[in-house]
Design a protein around this ligand. Structure first.
Ligand code: GLU
Length: 292
């Protein structure tokens, strides 16, 4: 099977060194395996996405020599596809309308907080009758759409970096919102986990290589693959670039965007080489490992 990997940046900022490093891993893997490297711009966050960031990302990748074979695809062009998938989940009874207001959800959270339990939706609208739904609609409420997550499900995968990873359904925050609120009969704006899975299926992605900040999304995505009748790809969650205090690198630590490094005079091959070697250590001379 031909390897197909993707980089899926959100255009909510300039090309970040962490995203560029994820691109390096994907690019190298595609080139090594004679596969395809696909670029997909995840611009479904309408408030924060900007065309100038997309431009900065494309330019930065090109400058680094991380050329892609397909795309860029834009998620904002593909909304019909996501809505079809949501309709399929509704038709199969795997998703449902939830009419809770933000105030009700806040009240639920404040009731959970003192009990020191992780915030989660209690699936209270999972089994509404048509009459109850009609009453909420008559009261002017517009529903979101939630995907069912069973508490007793155990989700496991063999991560190519981290080995066996296992999650309990009960730890995934309750039934997950996959579409924003919209009047009944319409399907609201689709959300991250759903659109990623629909695209990765449609684009035939074989290996998802991304930062480990996404590891908590993976069990939810695996459930969506299953619900949509598709086989999940391989997953590889790579460690993040950290600052000297061991926290995720941020703007406060200094320069983080590729265009800023470029403006400072760094050369593209030097930066690409640095990102490739970051996190790698040479084998010990006696054949042992540096970190047993
Ligand atoms: N759009 C996500 C991000 O920029 C990436 C999603 C993914 O790789 O699955 O972090």
């Amino acid at each position: 099977m031909t390897v197909r990997v993707r980089l899926a940046p959100s255009p909510t900022g300039n090309l970040h060194i962490g995203t560029a490093r994820t691109a390096v891993f994907n690019w190298l893997y595609a080139r090594h395996r004679g596969g395809k490297f696909i670029l997909r711009i995840e611009d479904t966050d309408r408030e924060r996405s900007r065309p100038e960031y997309t431009e900065n990302i494309l330019e930065g990748l090109q400058w680094l020599g991380l050329t892609w074979d397909e795309g860029p695809y834009f998620q904002s062009d593909r909304l019909d596809l996501y809505r079809q998938a949501i309709q399929t989940l509704l038709d199969k009874g795997l998703a449902y309308y939830c009419y809770c207001t933000p105030e009700e959800l806040d009240a639920l959270r404040s009731e959970q907080k003192p009990r020191a339990v992780a915030p989660r939706y209690d699936n209270r609208h999972r089994h509404l009758t048509p009459q109850e739904q009609a009453a909420f609609e008559a009261a002017g409420r517009t529903p979101v759409i939630r995907f069912k997550i069973e508490d007793d499900r155990q989700i496991e995968w063999q991560d190519l970096v981290r080995g066996r990873v296992s999650w309990q359904g009960a730890d995934l925050g309750g039934d997950m919102v996959i579409a924003r609120a919209a009047p009944r009969g319409e399907i609201g704006y689709p959300l991250y986990n759903l659109v990623v899975v629909v695209d990765d299926i449609a684009m035939g992605i074989t290996d998802v290589i991304r930062g480990e900040d996404h590891i908590g999304n993976t069990p939810k995505q695996i459930l969506l693959y299953e619900a949509l009748g598709a086989t999940p790809p391989n997953f590889a969650h790579t460690p993040l670039i950290l600052n000297s205090a061991g926290q995720k690198l941020s703007k406060r630590d200094g320069v983080t965007s590729i265009s800023d490094f470029r403006a400072m005079g760094y050369l593209a091959p030097a930066l690409a080489n640095y990102m490739t070697l970051l996190g790698w250590s040479p084998p010990r001379r006696d054949g042992g490992t540096l970190y047993p």
